[in-house]
Design a protein. Sequence first.
Length: 634
Amino acid sequence: MKYLFRENNNEVKVNKILDLYRKLLNETNNRSKCIMLIVPNATSKLNYERELNIDISEELNITTYISFIKREIIKFWPLITEKCNQIINKSISPIFIPSSLSEYIIINKVNEQRNASGYFQDITGTNRSIANSISNNINKAALALIDFKTIGEKIYLSKKNRDSIMRFSYSQMDEIIDYYINKLLENSMIDNSIAIYLYENYLINDDRYINHLSQEIKYLIIDSLESCSNAEVNFINSLSNYTLGTYIYFNKTKDYSVFNNIDMEYIYENIINKIENNINSVNSIKEIENIDLSDIYLLPTKVKLNESSQLYSEMIDEVIIKVIELVNNGIRLKDIAIISPINNTILDYQIKNVLNRNEINVFNTKKNNKIIDYPYSNALVVATCIFYGYEDYIKEDEYISFIEILLNVNRIQAYKIYRNKEVDENYKNLEQYIISKRSENLKISEFLIKFYIDKMLNLKEGIENVDVCKNIIYESEAFIENIKLLGINNNKEEEKVFIEVLKSTINDYYRVSDIADLKESNSIILTTPYSYISYDINRPIQIWVDIGSNAWNMKIEKDISNLIVLRKSFKEKQIYTNEMEEYYKKYYLYNLIYNLLINAKEVYAYKSEYTVNGYIQESILYSILLKLVSKGDV
């Protein structure tokens, strides 16, 4: 039996789910493995695990959909290889590739085809931007249960000017997608998109697997139906046929970003409209009302608008002044969030530097840094270049930073040593240590571990930088081993390719526990609206930055991508019109505003006349806030 609960308050919903989980746990004599709780992200998973804090039970079965199916694919790999004839070079278990390798494969192929065959002649983007669009299309198609082979055709046929544009770029995109999927599958390699494809096509319909699953899972709880992809919807329906109870929690207003690409029509058609004995009544899709301005007006949040700045930098100064004023007036740091539509280094640098000087801690929920940007990471990469004899890959400032860290000297001393490194004894000893390791026939990951332990762990910040350096070690091992199997190294040593990718692509990231801990820490949070909502951050005082920017509701339709079109509910050969574009932009913006304001007491919104690049700007958000301010209290 399926049960549907509509709950718009996240805190209330979480408490209800915790109560339900404890009740089911008691009924099953603490057999927690048979109670599956599917959550939208790893932050929610950690939150539930901490809140439950159960002493006696089996392993908690709290998971995201993608984490679950990846575990299942490993466990039931023989069933998949038995039926999937695309897998040629079979292995005992699948190889999950890092995102850096996935990105490299597609960028490399785009570059190769543009140079050799003139692909994408009518697209002005860089190889990387085209590759990012292709990669995003693959991922969203997998989640939406769209056939990979039809992606380019679907997007082309949706174009209102399709009769006057070249079809080639779309068929060329399909070729690259086909190459990518086949290249990985042939070699038993998997990314998240292929994992969904394999699970949907070779496991969830297998009687042997379904029989196993029905024995394992007795209760299913869905934390956020509004965050479920079409693939998850199918999983819920399949598993619910065998559970003793399926409990689904739903908040339609949380459909706040097109980039999540949630197909609400598919959710209504396949779950909500079919549920019997609803705990709370749910209207049919035709009767569901979307969030509109009247809903936003009814929220009690006070909105204050500051549009006195002409330049972006002046606006940031105004934001800083307001933050200092709030803190001096007794507002706690943990009650303040600074929300910007996109992360940019100017905002991050200015705000953090000035506020830190005023002893005000600021935590940015997103890292813009590449791993190589950190001094300790850079030191590892420089050491690796010396180890392999790739000194021509090392820039002067990277060398100087390396010397500064390893020899524990200041920047000026490091520069002097760099200029005379052939005769400096300390540097020569360090270099000789690295060169001596060549004779030990070490893999890159083995060298990195040895160098860090021997030369870096005991440095001033050696222990604090262990995690970011672990990331490099993990990436190096996974990347190089897999690129050898794929044979796509462009006639370069695999280690050299990895260093190129590391310097240009691989970004740093926070661990889930970092976000969960710092969310509640005594720091001001600097974040985007999307991160604020998805991480369930709740701060009563919000400062909205750059409300004149259209980045608050960015364009949906792009040259070779359109997330709306890659939905099951989007009709074949239907034209994606300007009216559709405006409808969806407004739909997502209203939901975004509603979710930001629903728990806020005060919002201070800041606008500059010119963008950071010097262009005059105006946005839908700005016009909405003008209406809110004109009402006084919202």
